[in-house]
Design a protein around this ligand. Structure first.
Ligand code: SF4
Length: 397
C-alpha cells in the first residue's frame, strides 16, 4: 500500500472523527489546513493518523529522497549578553571566564582545518558579545571567502543581527546588505523559540521579539538570501502557541518565499533554569514533525537534527514528514550536547548517515545549502562489514 492508498483508506474509515476526516480530505486535495484545524491536529490526531497525512505530503513533495549535507560549525562564543531560561550553552558576561570568545584568526583556524574535507557549508552561530560586532563579522566573512570561495557561509541568527545592527546604527536591510557584500550567503533558523509573547517573554524575554526576528528574515529574503526557521517546542507552551508560531512563518513565506526549511527543535532539560520541566515523549516528537509537515504547506523541507533526538528517532521521523537530516560530520557543535541531547559526541560518517537513511527504505542524497544535489547515494554500496540490518517502520494499514 502506498502513501496515497493509505490516506484514501483512512478517509474511508467510518469511525474517524468528523473534524479529522475533513482535515484528511483537505490534505488529499492539497488544500491548506486552518489555524483551528492545526490545533485540532495537536489535540486529537493520533500518531498513526498524523503519520499517514504527513507521509502523503512528504512523498508527494520528495518521494523517498532524504537530504543531508556536509558542514561544520563555528561557535565564535558561548558568552552572551542575554539570559534565555532554556539555554544550557551560554555563560553570562560576568562569568565570561567560564566560556570562550574566539577572535577572527581562531575562527579561520577552524576553517583551515577543513581545507581537505569535502564540506560545502560553514554554519556559524553562538552567543552575543559586544566585541563580536559588525566589523568583526565583516572581517571574518571576507577572510573566509578569500580563503575558500565556494564554502557557503550560513551565518548568525536575528538574535545576533538585531544586536549588531542596533549597535552599528544600521537598519536590518542595510546591515544584511553590507554583510552579504562581505560574503554572507544565507541565514540559519535559530533564535525563533516560540514567537507568542505569552511564552517568549517568559523564556527569552530580553532578546529580539518575534516581529524583529521575522523582519530580519524578510529583509534577508529581499536581498535574495534563503533562510531557515526553527521552533523550540515541548516546554511551557500550549499547542496553540506552536500553531501560532507556524502560522506567522507560513504568512511570511506566502509573502517572500525565502524560507527553505522548518526545523522543530526539542526542548531538552539539562543544565539550565527550566530543568524542572519534563521533556516530551518520542511520540510527541513524531506528532510534532508530522503536524509541522501538514501545516507548513509552503515550506519545501522539514528537518530533524539527529544529534538532538537520537539516531533511532531521526529514522522514525522520516515516516512522519521529515525529508532532511542534519549532517554535522563531527563534534563541532556544543549547543545540543550541553542541553542534554541524546548524542554527546555527535559525529557520524557519511557512510553511517547514508546507511541510517537507507535502512528505513529511503533514498539518501547529499545536498548543498540550497538543496542542489552534490551526490546521489542511492546506488552507492559501502563496505558490507559495516552494514546494519533493515527494519520496517510502523505504519497504519
Ligand atoms: S539561546 Fe542564544 S541568545 Fe539566548 S542566552 Fe543562549 S546563546 Fe544567548
Amino acid at each position: 500500500m502506498n502513501a496515497t492508498h493509505r490516506l484514501d483508506f483512512l478517509i474511508q474509515d467510518k469511525n474517524l472523527d468528523a473534524d479529522l476526516k475533513r482535515i484528511a480530505q483537505k490534505v488529499f486535495r492539497s488544500e491548506r489546513v486552518s489555524f483551528e484545524e492545526g490545533v485540532i491536529l495537536f489535540e486529537r490526531g493520533s500518531l498513526g493518523y498524523l503519520g499517514v497525512l504527513a507521509n502523503y505530503i512528504r512523498e508527494n513533495k520528495h518521494g523517498d529522497i532524504t537530504y543531508f549535507n556536509r558542514n561544520f560549525h563555528i561557535e565564535p562564543t558561548n558568552v552572551c549578553v542575554y539570559d534565555c531560561k532554556f539555554c544550557a550553552y551560554s555563560r553570562l558576561i560576568k562569568n565570561r571566564d567560564q566560556g570562550w570568545e574566539m577572535d577572527v584568526e581562531g575562527m579561520m583556524d577552524i576553517v583551515r582545518k577543513y581545507d581537505h574535507e569535502p564540506v560545502t557549508e560553514v554554519h556559524i552561530t553562538g552567543g552575543v558579545v559586544p566585541k563580536q560586532d559588525l566589523a568583526f563579522y565583516a572581517d571574518f566573512f571576507k577572510k573566509c571567502k578569500a580563503h575558500r570561495p565556494n564554502l557557503h557561509i550560513k551565518g548568525l541568527t536575528p538574535v545576533e543581527y538585531y544586536y549588531i545592527f542596533k549597535k552599528a546604527k544600521l537598519s536590518h536591510y542595510e546591515g544584511l546588505k553590507y554583510l552579504q557584500e562581505c560574503g554572507l550567503d544565507s541565514m540559519p533558523g535559530g533564535g525563533a523559540e516560540i514567537f507568542h509573547p505569552e511564552v517568549r517573554e517568559r523564556i527569552a524575554g530580553d532578546k529580539c521579539t518575534a516581529e524583529q526576528w521575522l523582519d530580519i528574515h524578510e529583509q534577508a529574503h529581499k536581498l535574495g538570501m534563503r533562510t531557515n526557521a526553527t521552533m523550540l517546542y515541548g516546554h511551557i507552551e500550549a499547542f496553540w502557541h506552536r500553531i501560532d508560531h507556524m502560522e506567522r512563518l507560513r504568512q511570511l513565506q506566502d509573502k517572500t518565499g525565502g524560507f527553505q526549511t522548518f526545523i522543530p527543535l526539542k526542548f531538552r532539560n539539562q543544565g539550565h533554569q527550566m530543568s524542572d520541566i519534563p521533556e516530551v515523549s518520542v511520540v510527541e516528537d513524531l506528532r510534532n514533525y508530522a503536524i509541522a509537515r501538514i501545516y507548513m504547506d509552503n515550506f519545501d523541507h522539514i528537518k530533524a537534527y539527529w544529534a538532538m533526538i537520537s539516531r533511532d528517532t531521526a529514522q522514525l521521523s522520516l515516516a512522519f514528514g521529515v525529508d532532511d537530516i542534519d549532517g554535522t560530520l563531527d563534534d563541532t557543535t556544543k549547543i545540543y550536547s550541553m542541553a542534554g541531547a541524546e548524542e554527546q559526541h555527535p559525529g557520524m560518517s557519511t557512510q553511517q548517515l547514508v546507511e541510517l537513511i537507507k535502512n528505513v527504505g529511503r533514498h539518501p542524497v547529499e545536498r548543498d545549502t540550497l538543496y542542489q544535489v552534490v551526490t546521489d547515494y542511492n546506488d552507492v554500496v559501502f563496505d558490507a562489514a559495516n552494514k546494519t540490518n533493515y527494519y520496517s517502520l510502523p505504519v497504519v494499514e
